[in-house]
Design a protein around this ligand. Structure first.
Ligand code: HEC
Length: 140
């Protein structure tokens, strides 16, 4: 009897623990990997502090984690605006899937094979590290 209870409790505990581990990227590695992004993205705090001097081809990524998709005044493409209108937010799963293949992610979200991204870049791996880095530089 005790064993069964223990097994059930272990099962209940395992799910959130796994989710948390899943979201633990390496922020230091992500800082290095961000060099792949900065040609197009800057990280500039709301108070004007420049955390990473970068390009303006894409939106400012300060505070992007937890922010609504297409949530700045950047001139986004129609597809990502449509996803933003669904109420989607940049959480771990959305962020890591998006940076691996932006157009594929938009197609999937919109269930529309003609969806396109203005972001002409695919990250092969390390999205979890960049996620951790962006969280770490964006305050709360
Ligand atoms: C060649 C330029 C380019 C590179 C390199 C690039 N991006 Fe982008 N990114 C864009 C553009 C342009 C958009 C706007 C997409 C749209 O409007 O469809 C964008 C959008 C985004 C968004 C959505 C932001 C929002 O406000 O909703 C995220 C997140 C993002 N990029 C992350 C990254 C990360 C992380 C990297 C590096 C691994 C990266 N990008 C590399 C050009 C780029």
């Amino acid at each position: 009897m005790h064993r069964i209870v223990a097994t059930v409790i272990a099962g209940l505990l395992a799910a959130p623990v796994l989710a948390a581990e899943h979201e633990t990227g390496d922020a230091a590695a992500g800082e290095k990997d961000f060099r792949k992004c900065k040609a197009c993205h800057e990280i500039v705090a709301d108070n004007g502090d420049v955390i990473v001097k970068g390009g303006k081809t894409g939106p400012n990524l300060y505070g992007v984690i937890g922010r609504p998709v297409a949530g700045t005044d950047f001139n986004y493409g129609d597809s990502i605006v449509a996803v933003g209108e669904t109420g989607a937010v940049w959480d771990f799963d959305n962020f890591t899937a998006y940076v691996e293949d932006p157009s594929a992610w938009l197609e999937e979200q919109l269930d529309d094979s003609s969806a396109r991204s203005k972001m002409a870049f695919k990250l092969r791996s390390g999205g979890d590290d960049i996620y951790a880095y962006l969280v770490s530089v964006s305050g709360e």
